[in-house]
Design a protein around this ligand. Structure first.
Ligand code: ACO
Length: 429
């Protein structure tokens, strides 16, 4: 009769072991009993880059990479993008259910009324060089918030966690906008509580001398949808960083500084910045074949293509591609779009990309929209960090409440030299 177990024969000893299987998974720690000698450490798994290791159980985000499915708490991303808004989706991700009317109103109120930052943070911001990358500023300043909110270290207190959640989700746009204003040498614009989350962010970015900034509603909606699409993506590099740092039980500001730093890299949240630089480099449709040839010869990557989990079209990329038309109606067409569309067409027919199941990911088109909306390229990873803060918090909460989690501490296979005696400098030749 079929059994939910895995039988392993160790051919070094002839011994057999029967390990339980749950959810198509065995526990790595169950392998530790496999030894040749009693005083051996026991067998481990070797999994650089966590290609096949589940580090947690999670109820937040479901991805089926083969089928191109993404769901938050069971709701398909396409439905959320069409019918929800960013703050409602944020509530869903963090609390597990869509809010009822009263819960939603309280939630929006709490986020809206925590947007101001301490005046000293402006001084910190002023200390950065005029051409400092806004993401570098954001990473530093979100970490510095832990020195302003010392109650944040009470991570076992649900009330404290709730307060930091409001503060983080509400202040990230303020920090992001202030970093931008600093980089262009404009005075900081304070939050406007009469505006929605995204309209307020746009006001803090672009308001000049008018009494109230009037953002274009189509662009506000587009930004809101982009924020929904970027809010969580299960155990990606920055989220694993958030959980890893958080597992040391540090405050959430310090953990988010680490998560945001992970997001900054060109293989993760920096990819849409890299896509635009790549499109600039290609310059015109005529140069695409030689660019593709170079990629296939290993002289660089087609940025915005490929994903560790998706081996199909990234569902977020499909929503963004449709959104692009609405945005370009307002802003005018981004001339790089034609190069991107042609690149996609060629790559999706090319044996190299087909064989490796490389499809456009979320970053392939998002940069084009952000640029058309007026965001400088340096702001792209910052724009990613704002909504992803929600996912980081949801995953951090889940990690803290999970009795199976402990401080994250992988093992290694030591490959270095055996023990040797110290040699004084004069005798080192
Ligand atoms: N262009 C060209 N070749 C690629 C690309 C690409 N974008 N991505 C993967 N490949 C090739 C690799 O060279 C490798 O080929 P090989 O088997 O002949 O050696 C094969 O496809 C598998 O690639 P890996 O690097 O092993 O895949 P991995 O899962 O480690 O990488 C990653 C995923 C980092 C996203 C990769 O596809 C990549 O670098 N893409 C470009 C950067 C990018 O768009 N990142 C954004 C990801 S989405 C996000 O973070 C929000």
């Amino acid at each position: 009769m079929a059994k939910d177990t895995l039988t392993i024969t160790d051919n070094r000893t002839g011994k057999q072991y029967e390990l339980p299987i749950t959810d198509d998974t065995i526990k790595a720690i169950d392998l530790r009993q496999i030894k040749v000698k009693d005083d051996d450490f026991g067998m481990m798994t070797y999994d650089p880059a966590f290609m096949n290791t589940a580090s947690t159980r999670s109820k937040i985000t479901f991805i089926d990479g083969e089928k191109g499915i993404l769901q938050y708490r069971g709701y398909p991303i396409e439905q959320l993008a069409e019918k929800s808004n960013f703050l409602e989706t944020a509530y869903l991700l963090i609390y597990g259910e869509l809010p009822k009317k009263k819960q939603y109103e309280e939630w929006v109120h709490n986020i809206t009324y925590h947007t101001l930052i301490h005046e000293n943070i402006k001084k910190l911001m002023d200390g950065f060089h005029h051409d400092a990358h806004p993401m570098g500023m954001l990473v530093s300043i979100v970490g510095a918030l832990s020195t302003f909110y010392v109650d944040a270290k009470n991570i076992d207190d649900p009330e404290s966690r709730k307060k930091q959640t409001f503060r983080l989700i509400s202040k990230m746009p303020t920090l992001a906008a202030f970093a931008y204003r600093h980089s262009v040498g404009r005075p900081y614009v304070y939050p406007d509580n009469d505006l929605s989350y995204c309209a307020n962010f746009m006001s803090m970015l672009w308001k000049m001398t008018e009494v109230q900034y009037q953002a274009n509603p189509t662009l506000v909606k587009a930004l809101d949808v982009l924020f929904i699409l970027h809010a969580d993506h299960e155990q990606n590099c920055s989220t694993s960083t958030m959980r890893g740092i958080g597992s040391s039980r540090v405050d959430p500001y310090s953990a988010i500084a680490g998560a945001a730093a992970a997001l900054y890299g060109p293989l993760h949240g920096g990819a849409n910045e890299a896509v635009l630089r790549m499109l600039d480099e290609i310059g015109s449709k005529n140069n695409i074949p030689s660019f593709i040839k170079d990629v296939k010869e290993g002289k660089g990557r087609l940025m915005g293509f490929g994903h560790r989990v998706y081996k199909n079209y990234d569902p977020r990329a499909s929503v963004i591609k449709a959104l692009a038309d609405e945005v370009f109606e307002v802003t005018g067409r981004n001339p790089k779009l034609d190069i991107a569309l042609e690149l996609e067409r060629i790559a999706l027919e090319d044996e190299y990309f087909v064989k490796r199941k490389l499809y456009p990911n979320v970053d392939f088109y998002s940069g084009l929209i952000y640029q058309a909306m007026g965001f400088p390229v340096d702001m792209f990873p910052v724009l990613f960090s704002i909504p992803r803060t929600v996912g980081w918090i949801a995953q951090w909460e889940e990690m803290l409440k999970d009795p199976e989690q402990k401080i994250a501490r992988p093992r290694q296979i030591y490959d270095g030299s055996g023990v040797r005696d110290f040699v004084v400098m004069s005798k080192r030749g």
